[in-house]
Write a protein that binds this ligand. Structure first.
Ligand code: PEP
Length: 250
């Protein structure tokens, strides 16, 4: 059985002080939730303070991006060993990074390998645009993203990753994929591609989240689908109702 995993992606929101103030309010409630893995992914500069605040709780910490090199002349980037003292997770290949910062499947592949080499759990994002969805290209596109991101990896490595299926048209728009749509793509495309690449045993172990306007009202239905193993949550993870979102998913 795959344990549900719900992670909050705060994107470029909250200073370190704001992050600590917000989490101080909800951390005991989050810590009391059983049977679900939970993480928050604040902006990088808030991470040391958030990590210290959450130490000893069940709430993990993730970073929203990472570079694959160990060190060097890469202005503005963070190396894996700068992250590992504070984080267990790293979000890789989020659609906003692909859209605004030119991330490619090839780069995501290098980052996944670097994250695993440093003991971080990658949350690997994939998902189609509205145009691709409407023109029936979802399966081919998402499958090609998975194949690119996990190219030349072993099944053992793939098992250590989490995948987040996030249709771009549902991110931050208030439009949520129906449970049938989301569960269908997660099962028939994402898990099916993992199976094609690494076999059924690996495919049954890999946790696949859904992301796209998940909130406290729809989390129960979405997480109730047998193929959906959790959520990557943007906007709703920065409100106190994040606790209800997770409780309802339970
Ligand atoms: C996200 O950023 O990964 C996301 C799913 O955002 P939202 O929940 O706000 O749609």
């Amino acid at each position: 059985m795959r344990t549900l995993f719900i992670a909050g992606n705060w994107k470029m929101n909250k200073t370190a002080d704001e992050a600590v103030a917000f989490l101080s309010e909800i951390k005991d409630d989050l810590n009391a939730i059983e049977g679900i893995d939970i993480a928050v992914c604040p902006p990088a500069l808030a991470i040391p303070a958030v990590s210290a605040l959450l130490e000893g709780t069940k709430v993990g910490v993730g970073v929203q991006n990472m570079y694959f090199e160990e060190s060097g002349a890469y202005t503005g980037e963070l190396a894996p060993n700068m992250i590992t003292p504070f984080c267990q997770y790293v979000i890789l290949g989020h659609s906003e990074r692909r859209q605004y910062f030119g991330e490619t499947d090839e780069g995501v592949n290098k980052k996944i390998n670097a994250a695993l080499a440093h003991g971080l759990t990658p949350i690997v994002c994939c998902g189609e645009s509205l145009e691709q969805n409407q023109s029936g290209e979802t399966h081919a596109f998402v499958s090609s993203q998975i194949k690119g991101a996990f190219a030349n990896m072993t099944g053992k490595e793939a098992t250590k990753c989490v995948i987040a299926y996030e249709p771009i048209w549902a991110i931050g728009t208030g439009l949520t994929a129906t449970v049938e749509q989301a569960g269908g793509i997660v099962g028939d495309t994402v898990r099916a591609t993992v199976k094609e690449m690494f076999g059924d045993d690996v495919a049954q172990k890999v946790r696949i989240q859904y992301g796209g306007s998940v909130n406290e009202k729809n989390s129960a239905e979405l997480m109730g689908h047998p193929e959906i193993d959790g959520a990557l949550v943007g906007g709703a993870s920065m409100k106190a109702a994040f606790v209800d979102l997770i409780k309802n998913a339970q």
